[in-house]
Design a protein around this ligand. Structure first.
Ligand code: C5P
Length: 220
């Protein structure tokens, strides 16, 4: 099955406090986006499309391998993935959508997602258990519910999809909709989403502390 990877890399990274888009921030001297592309390729995808901020197109092109396709991202993650999806060839059987902000995702996670798709899943996400008690609060911060954590999972990327299913789900989604991941897009379209084991190393880099932890991991 021909698989195309999409890397969502068009975010600004305001919460990281960096002087450049988060995906260009270096981890062990290599930009986060380059780590994410390498993970997808090493895990088995055949081609990669990266959604980048329009203003920094050339800086992204300079740090990515030849053959990686760049498209202009949008104002939201949903818009960026929609734009990248438009550049995926019709012949692709699978699409894996990955965050540039998860640089240390092991290629084995990619391989597990691809295996689940090859086995017939239409949508698959890597997940981890929730180890903390997790609660729901109201607008005042008062706890209103405490779901059984045994049924909760933390969702990571790359998330894998049958290409035609993902294209149809995005086509049915309102242009202004803003969802936090792609599994939510296909679920809104009535598609069942299956899970495979994620990996703690696929943690998302959001704030400076996350980047410091990632640096420690690669320096070991
Ligand atoms: O902001 P957050 O870390 O949740 O973003 C997740 C991923 O989505 C990041 O890799 C970011 O670059 C990407 N993104 C995007 N386009 C946007 C906003 C975020 O590609 N407009």
């Amino acid at each position: 099955m021909f698989a195309v990877g999409i890397v969502a890399a068009a975010g600004s990274g305001l919460r990281l406090g960096a002087d450049r888009p988060k995906a260009l921030v270096p981890l062990a001297a290599r930009p986060l986006v380059a780590w994410a592309v390498a993970t997808l390729v090493d895990g088995g995808v055949d081609e990669v499309v990266v959604a980048v901020p329009a203003a920094e197109h050339d800086q992204f092109a300079a740090v990515l391998p030849d053959g990686v396709r760049l498209v202009e991202g949008g104002a939201t993650r949903t818009a960026s993935v929609r734009a990248a999806l438009g550049a995926v060839p019709d012949g692709a059987g699978a699409v894996l959508v990955h965050d540039a902000a998860r640089p240390l995702t092991p290629p084995a996670v990619v391989a597990r997602v691809l295996d689940a798709l090859a086995a017939g899943a239409l949508a698959v996400v890597p997940v981890l258990p929730v180890v903390d008690t997790t609660v729901v609060v109201d607008g005042q911060g008062t706890v209103t519910a405490a779901p059984d954590r045994g049924t909760l999972r933390r969702v990571q990327t790359p998330q894998g999809f049958d290409r035609a299913t993902l294209v149809a789900a995005y086509a049915a989604l309102d242009d202004t909709a803003e969802l936090t991941d792609d599994a939510a897009v296909v679920r809104a379209h009535g598609v069942p989403v299956t899970t495979v084991a994620g990996d703690e190393r696929a943690a998302k880099v959001t704030v400076a502390h996350d980047l410091a932890l990632a640096e420690l991991q690669v320096s070991r």
